[in-house]
Design a protein around this ligand. Structure first.
Ligand code: GLN
Length: 452
């Protein structure tokens, strides 16, 4: 099979099916076919690596040179990125073929993909359900077989929750494992890019290429990258699994709980031992996150002023009018809500009460995980309290924020997490979330792989 044949196959599926799903914002068919031909030539010359010629898709938050990079926002609807994100450079160097840019919540703010300027994405398992968010387009495209793998980003669950809702595998690496250079910033101390694919093995292939230090991201870590394929098949006997009791309490759908417990039994049959652990500060995670993330977002989004790039209003009266109306017209409601929250909590007189307090809570949440990993190797629980909900079902923002209960503490702590398919409730998939300590990606991929 040539890369051109493979690429054409997926492009045809996108053409035929994506009008129903809306998982792509931009399809770059011509560039893809050119890249596929280049990959086929490289292969003919014996220059091919494992990923040469493999099609994939990029969440529209990754800057791609010469290609529209909208971040799901009207603000960037006409923005053509002048450079590639490091992740994109690395994937190009590996010979992969990008088919285009996937739909997402506006500026990655959301849990359902409904805040996108380009309209919601539908869940391929059930068109009346959301695909999750914010990397909903990437998850839906992989689940529907429009592309074999896609890149997402995860600030508070945006890889793991849509992976769970769409029945695929999604890995959020340790903060600092993958360069953030060229990824449009949402909350810089939490953002991390990672692979979304059918299996942990496919995720390992991608992580092998995207992980590593980058001089252009001072928060990326100078630490060697192992070959994540080497340990995929390591035996699990003796693995110590912790079940955080706070992840199985009120608010968890009983059928999701049953599916997760069933998955844990599979691990026991493979020789793992299971015990209950506690992450006592879990219930502070949502309030802490929804102070820290909007605070960082309000600062990151101040660059969209209608002057340098992005949407500019027509006929401004003066500079203030230009700022105000460009931002008023360019940003959607959820983004404005976050900017208001963030500006408020950072303002003089409120900083200590909100932002500083939230940072202190963050420290405690991180410590909970480190304490738990003294006793167990990995933690397991649900990725989300329910399976995918109906489009339009969560109208008030707080009910949407509560969706993130099992995912956001992981970003606050900086540890890695993976969601793997673990059955269904009716026709909607359930995700098992597996968490490890900092830089435990190889272990998470190994544990996930054994289940698949
Ligand atoms: N749902 C969370 C939020 O809206 C997480 C989003 C993300 O991880 N990008 O902030």
């Amino acid at each position: 099979l040539t890369s051109r044949e493979l690429t054409s196959h997926y492009l045809q599926r996108i053409e035929r099916l994506d009008s129903k799903l809306n998982s792509f914002i931009t399809v770059t068919a011509d560039q893809a076919l050119k890249a596929a031909d280049a990959a086929d030539q490289a292969r003919a010359k014996g220059n091919a690596g494992l990923l040469t010629g493999i099609p994939l898709a990029l969440k529209d938050i990754f800057c791609t040179k010469g290609v529209k990079t909208s971040c799901g926002s009207k603000m960037l609807d006409t923005f053509i990125a002048p450079y590639n994100a490091t992740v994109v450079e690395k994937l190009n160097a590996a010979g992969t073929v990008s088919l285009g840019k996937t739909n997402m919540d506006e500026f990655a703010m959301g849990s359902s993909n409904e805040s996108s300027f380009y309209g919601p994405v539908k869940n391929p398992w059930d068109l009346s359900a959301v695909p999750g968010g914010s990397s909903g387009g990437s998850a839906a495209a992989v689940a529907a077989g429009l592309v074999p793998a896609a890149m997402g980003t995860d600030t508070g669950g945006s890889i793991r929750q849509p992976a769970a809702f769409c029945g695929i595998t999604g890995l959020k690496p340790t903060y600092g494992r993958v360069s953030r250079y060229g990824i449009i910033a949402y909350a810089s101390s939490l953002d991390q890019a990672g692979p979304m694919a059918r299996t942990a093995e496919d995720c390992a292939h991608l992580l092998n290429h995207i992980a590593g230090h980058d001089l252009r991201d001072s928060t990326s870590l100078a630490r060697g990258v192992p070959d994540y394929l080497d340990t995929l098949d390591a035996p699990l006997s003796g693995l110590k699994i912790g079940l955080p009791k706070e992840y199985f309490g009120d608010g968890l759908d009983p059928e999701v709980a049953a599916a997760v417990r069933e998955a844990v039994r599979v691990y026991e049959s493979l020789g793992a031992t299971v015990r209950e652990v506690s992450l006592p500060h879990t219930h502070y995670a949502i309030p802490a996150y929804y102070v820290i993330a909007p605070a960082e977002a309000s600062s990151n989004l101040s660059r969209y002023d209608g002057v340098r790039f992005g949407h500019r209003c027509e006929n401004p009266l003066d500079l203030t009018d230009l700022y105000k109306r460009s931002r008023e017209e360019g940003f959607g409601d959820e983004v404005k809500r976050r900017i208001l929250i963030g500006t408020h909590t950072l303002s003089e007189g409120f900083f200590d009460a909100y932002y500083k307090k939230a940072q202190q809570v963050r420290r405690l949440i991180r410590q909970d995980f480190l304490d738990a990993f003294e006793d167990v190797d990995v933690l397991m629980g649900p990725a989300s309290p329910s399976p995918a909900f109906d489009l339009g079902a969560k109208k008030d923002p707080v009910s949407m924020y509560l969706q993130d209960i099992y995912t956001i503490s992981v970003n606050l702590a900086g540890i890695p997490g993976i969601s793997v398919p673990a059955g269904f409730v009716g026709n909607r998939p359930v995700g098992l979330q597996i968490l490890g300590t900092h830089f435990a990606e190889a272990q998470l991929l190994n544990v996930a792989h054994k289940f698949q």
